[in-house]
Design a protein around this ligand. Structure first.
Ligand SMILES: Nc1ncnc2c1ncn2[C@@H]1O[C@H](COP(=O)(O)O)[C@@H](OP(=O)(O)O)[C@H]1O
Ligand SMILES: [Mg+2]
Length: 445
């Protein structure tokens, strides 16, 4: 009787396996997924599975995706090979919600900053008045942190601003509150995903103060710069709303809202970059990237976000043709060194000056090519929120980003990039050449 049961069990197992194989061959054949899985080296498949299962958002199933990808090497592909496909699927699955929340939160905050920017442009707020930055910064930080905390309550945030001084300036606080409570996405579903409006002025102050994480190499931490390029914002130029998610110190998701850049990725950078006018498509551009997924762009709008489209750095065969970009502020990056480096590389075109991480976005979409940030002050430590999103977006678009010594930016050390000096962001293939020129110029000093 006992032997008979074991036999039955074996037959049952054999039959189940046969049905599973048959199912895989017949049902999955058209998608090609089973082939990808079986042809993949076992170790790679195991590491992918481990990666997925480690994710706190592991759902236990793989979804299909139809995006066009740009791999780390900058190669475009409309039909991905097996490795790209599985990488893409696992990352997308792991950070799909984080990406959506980040994109929508940045878009909502961009609406707020753009309205302050427009008031300033109309002359309602004077040029000398520093308050537009303050209002925009605090308001954008409150909206973004509230959205993060609504969706991921135990995540930490490293935000540039804190509300202590605001609590003493009641007038300013209530001005910001007026703006914050009236800013929402026009797509009700999207606004609801962000948790809807903040309940009260006090909750707004609490949200701002929730950006006080010390950063580090453990857990899920968001790096937020609500208005990067403060000076650009004030002078009516470029600025960016920047948000990145780090997991154990590694940047996984990066989003940049650039409300004053042209929507069209193919518009080349020129010296008088100016401010792109809003049109029916949108009011600027929203860049985003997920590690291993490539980088994408789409118009910044007041509604829902879309999948956007893949972007990539420009293919440069002759470095002398590269377009350089640098900070407007002379104190942020050494223009003299940049000029010497350009000369060494044979670049005769003038560098395009623009504020904020809009420079990273421009390199990522091939509008600019070489972003140099050579330190002016030896003691200055770059802040993680000034680089985390841009670094990922450029690398995912086929670029390389290092400091002036060729080291990758290390976001795991706290609120600042303690181990790095300066930044070099370029298409990956010309990075060694640019790094060499930087080294020669700096050692000759
Ligand atoms: N001496 C310095 N060297 C490099 N960066 C500096 C700096 N002083 C300030 N910054 C940073 O430069 C950022 C702007 O970068 P850019 O020059 O590319 O526009 C500022 O961000 P905020 O504008 O958010 O304060 C600020 O954090
Ligand atoms: Mg900044």
């Amino acid at each position: 009787m006992r032997r008979l049961t074991n036999l039955d069990l074996k037959s049952y197992l054999f039959l189940s396996c046969a049905i599973a194989i048959l199912f895989s061959a017949v049902i999955l054949a058209p998608t090609g997924h089973h082939l990808q899985f079986f042809t993949r080296p076992a170790s790679r498949a195991a590491s992918i599975l481990a990666h997925v299962q480690k994710s706190p958002h592991y759902l236990g199933a793989v979804k299909n995706t139809k995006s066009v990808s740009v791999g780390r090497n900058g190669v475009h592909s409309t039909s991905r090979n097996a490795d790209e496909s599985i990488n893409s699927l696992t990352s997308k699955m792991a950070y799909e919600k984080e990406l959506k929340v980040a994109q929508l939160a940045v878009a909502r905050a961009s609406i707020l900053t753009k309205s302050v920017f427009a008031e300033k442009a109309k002359g309602t707020i004077s040029k000398e008045d520093k308050s537009p930055v303050t209002i925009g910064d605090y308001g954008a930080q409150a909206l973004i942190i509230a959205a993060i905390k609504h969706n991921f309550p135990s995540d930490e945030v490293v935000g540039e601003e804190e509300a202590s001084s605001l609590r003493e300036q009641k007038d300013l606080s209530s001005k910001i509150w007026t703006l914050v409570k009236d800013t929402k996405l026009e797509d009700a579903e999207s606004d609801k995903l962000l948790g809807g409006p903040i309940e009260s002025e006090e909750k707004m102050l609490e949200a701002i103060d929730a950006g006080s994480s010390a950063g580090g190499n453990k857990g899920r931490i968001w790096a937020l710069d609500p208005i990067d390029g403060t000076k650009g914002f004030l002078r009516g130029g470029q600025y960016a709303v920047c948000l990145a998610l780090m997991v154990d110190g590694d940047v996984k998701v990066g989003v940049l809202g650039c409300p004053n850049l042209p929507v069209d990725d193919s518009v080349a950078l020129t010296e008088d970059i100016g401010v792109a006018a809003s049109d029916k498509e949108g009011f600027g551009v929203l860049f985003s990237a997920v590690q291993g997924e490539g980088a994408r762009s789409q118009p910044l709008t007041r509604g829902a976000v879309s999948e956007g489209h893949a972007i990539s750095v420009k293919k440069i065969t002759d470095v002398s043709q590269a377009v350089m970009c640098e900070s407007v502020e002379p104190g942020h990056s050494s223009k003299g060194d940049n000029a010497l480096i350009a000369e060494k590389l044979g670049i005769s075109g003038k560098p395009v000056q623009m504020d904020s991480q809009a420079k990273y976005g421009s390199v990522a979409r091939g509008a600019g090519d070489v972003y140099l940030r050579l330190p002016v002050r030896k003691d200055y430590q770059e802040k993680i929120w000034d680089h985390a999103a841009g670094d990922l977006i450029v690398r995912e678009a086929g670029g390389q980003v290092t400091d002036i010594h060729g080291k990758r930016l290390n976001f795991s050390l706290g609120r600042t990039l303690d181990e790095n000096k300066g930044v070099i962001a370029t298409p990956a293939n010309i990075h060694p050449q640019v790094l060499k020129a930087v080294g020669e110029v700096l050692t000759a000093k």
